[in-house]
Design a protein around this ligand. Sequence first.
Ligand code: GLY
Length: 297
Amino acid sequence: MPEAAWAIIVHGGAKEVPEGKEDANRSGVLAALAAGRRVLEGGGSAVEAVEAAVRVLEDDATFNAGMGSALNADGEVEMDAALMDGGTLDVGAVTGVMGVRHPVSVARLLLREETVLLAGEGASRFARDRRAELADPDELVTDEQRGALAEHDTVGAVALDGRGHVAAATSTGGLTGQSKGRVGDSPLPGCGFYADDTVGAVALTGTGETIARAMVAARVVTNLPGAGPEGAVRGALEFMGSRVGGNGGGVVVTPEGQVGWWHTSPHMPVAYATSREPQPRVTLKKTEEEADVEPAQ
Ligand code: GLY
């Protein structure tokens, strides 16, 4: 029997939170948590919950996903997103998708299809054909991103639902100034995310190239039963750092409803709640004291 009937943990990216942006990061991940949690408390699925949470982060220009995405070297927004259902091991992922408001929802539309990953114009065409919410590519560009320095800032969420299913979702604009067509870890199963009901779910953020080379998500799920949520993420990120460099962070949920996270970046905004400990908690870094937040009305 799970220890918690539901659990959800969301993050706003492995990065350095600039001075003055602390509140925006805290309130952003809390809003995403509230959206995902509403789904779970209403009896919805983990897949629905992580999609709902990530959509909120995609709408918030504080985060590098959807609106406010990093610009590539051509000054364009090309986005990656993925969703995985731990019950069926179905994956839907898109990379280099342009002109959509919610890349994670395009990934969701692909989830039950045989195709796992759609790229570029194929992904954008799929989004149009399946009537995903479209956006003028210029609408997604914020003034802040026009002058931004390189940073890693994928968003993600993992959840456990009342039927014992786990799910993971990621969404990112990639790296500022990346070459057109560059793909990071976020749409790659086993690298930027994974979900399996028998083990748990993980969503990563950080240096896409080294996360992929170290197969960080695969490492986390392999080590999760022995190391526990925090230990598994920490171990995988430390392995990555020592073997191939880079930094990052990750959030994990287990089928028992335990949540955990770790990051090797200066900050990683995180918010979480479980049915056993329903009061939302939020933090900008692992070593910071977590703030309790009154439950949303
Ligand atoms: N972690 C996001 C990226 O490297 O694209």
